[in-house]
Design a protein around this ligand. Structure first.
Ligand SMILES: [Zn+2]
Ligand SMILES: [Zn+2]
Length: 87
């Protein structure tokens, strides 16, 4: 881990939770960077169509991605999100 006092992406302080979907956030399921892991697909057991939506659509303010992102946030909170600089 780095010794930075603030997250270089979302600017949160050490020990705080990142902004949602900050590129530095660690996935609590695989402990890899969430931006590059595939847990949203496996944890939510997304259908082929839903997986394609996640891979292609960038705007999570519109359906169907909005609902998928809401489900993912629920799973992350249930699992326990990882704060910046901590585990
Ligand atoms: Zn961050
Ligand atoms: Zn993951």
């Amino acid at each position: 881990m780095t010794a930075l006092a603030k997250c270089p992406d979302c600017g949160c302080s050490r020990g705080d939770l990142h902004e949602w979907f900050c590129s530095e956030e660690i996935c609590p399921f695989c402990h890899g960077l969430m931006r590059s892991c595939r847990c949203i697909h496996t944890v939510l057991r997304l259908s082929t169509n839903e997986s394609r939506v996640v891979d292609q659509f960038m705007d999570d303010s519109v359906e169907p991605l909005k609902t998928i992102v809401a489900r993912w946030k629920t799973e992350l909170q249930a699992k326990g999100r990882i704060s910046f600089g901590g585990r």
